[in-house]
Design a protein around this ligand. Structure first.
Ligand code: SAH
Length: 380
């Protein structure tokens, strides 16, 4: 409001920074200095880029150039070590980003949770976790309207820029004082929004995170609700995260009820795209399945899921519904979840039960919704 238009550096890649510096009549090595400062050192203000001459810093500031790092407006810490951040963007909008530390050395990758239950003691209060996962948002709100997800209640406000997507990661790394690749950091694009409805910005962010921030593509996973035409596009990307697909139902009737996008891209189309997806060496597709009590959690549903996935190089992550205000569904019992998992396992499909993270601070899957709105929402 009244401010001069800002030119954020976050989001610019090597060639864009080089062109920018050339336009300023600056030597090309300035582009390298800016890349280092923005993505590796992750400085929060132009004035603090110590590799640049003082005068040049002033010139940039006068032109309205900024780093473009989102500001941490609020942060909530869960008993399990999860931290939920409310990130303020430069236009007054905000998104949420979640930090999930993982304890003691076990096996790598997601889905290794089974067994290391919460009752084995607070591994999360150790001074240093051996790895962590950051859950990143791709849009302000979401347009997909899944009936069990709180973000859906916001509708979609706008896409995030590539700089805002990378910026969430940089802000969290700064706040937690960790730095990849030395500190093992995984990224999951499973926060607010549908990444495949903001495809170009999302992919540009991925390339910056790999090339400049230093997170390996094998440490990233993107989840889509099933924007089918983007699945083959994604498969063609030379650099890409692993793919997860939110299945959430075992037949079209239920899936259309839960996820209205199934009318446009039904299970037949979705599974065809998944089967054709070019997997890399030792890669598997992940199917996520939110279990809703008495809606999609019956043994017969598990058998249908096994049929859908039969013969694929895939695994299933089962998530018991994380409840939220305005969500009409119930969470299944542990026995029901275990029975579902067993049917898949018996059919030869690796299936893992995802432990909810940060439920007490509303940080778990499907609970992300700008905090301010929760606080001010009228009681139902
Ligand atoms: N739009 C993307 C990514 C964000 S949602 C997608 O749909 O995949 C990330 C995961 O959280 C999805 O698998 C989604 O089905 C799941 N999810 C949404 N709401 C949930 C809830 N209330 N409880 C548990 N999981 C939920």
């Amino acid at each position: 409001m009244g401010n001069p238009p800002q030119i954020p550096l976050l989001g610019m890649d090597r060639s864009e920074l080089a062109a920018f510096m050339e336009g300023e009549g600056e030597p090309t090595y300035r582009a390298q200095q800016l890349l280092e400062a923005v993505y590796r050192q992750r400085v929060d203000a132009i004035e603090r880029i110590s590799t640049l001459p003082q005068q040049f810093r002033l010139k940039l500031v006068e032109k309205g150039v900024s780093i473009g790092l989102p500001a941490i407006e609020k942060c909530f810490v869960s008993q399990d070590g999860t931290v939920r951040y409310l990130m303020a963007l430069c236009d007054g909008q905000s998104v949420e980003t979640v930090w999930m530390p993982e304890g003691d050395g076990g096996e790598a990758g997601d889905g290794s949770e089974a067994g290391d239950g919460a009752d084995q003691g607070p591994s999360w209060d150790r001074a240093k976790f051996d790895r962590a996962t950051i859950c990143v948002s791709s849009q302000v709100g979401c347009a997909v309207d899944c009936q069990f997800c709180l973000t859906a209640l916001l509708g979609v406000q706008r896409n995030l820029t590539a700089g805002e997507i990378v910026g969430q990661v940089c802000a969290v790394l700064n706040d937690r004082k960790v730095s990849p690749p030395e500190d093992r950091t995984n990224l999951v694009f499973m926060g607010m929004g549908e990444p495949f409805l903001n495809y170009d910005n999302f992919m540009k962010a991925v390339r910056l995170l790999v090339a400049e921030v230093g997170v390996a593509e094998s440490r990233m996973t993107v989840s889509t609700a099933g924007i089918v035409p983007r699945i083959p596009d994604f498969g063609q990307e030379p650099v890409r995260p692993k793919l997860a697909i939110s299945l959430n139902a075992s037949n079209d009737t239920t899936r259309t009820q839960l996820m209205p996008l199934n009318k446009k891209w039904n299970l037949q189309k979705l599974m065809a795209a998944a089967r054709e997806f070019p997997l890399r060496n030792r890669e598997r597709i992940t199917f996520e399945y939110v279990l809703l009590r008495d809606v999609n959690d019956a043994p017969s549903n598990a058998k249908e899921v096994a049929e859908l996935i039969r013969g694929m190089r895939a695994k299933v992550n089962l998530i018991a519904l994380n409840p939220g205000p305005g969500i009409e569904f119930g969470t299944p019992t542990e026995e029901r979840v275990a029975a579902f998992q067993k049917i898949l396992a018996n059919a030869g499909i690796p299936a893992f039960v995802r432990r909810p993270r940060g439920r007490d601070i509303f940080a778990a899957c499907g609970q992300l919704k700008r905090t301010v709105q929760i606080a001010t929402a009228p009681a139902p």
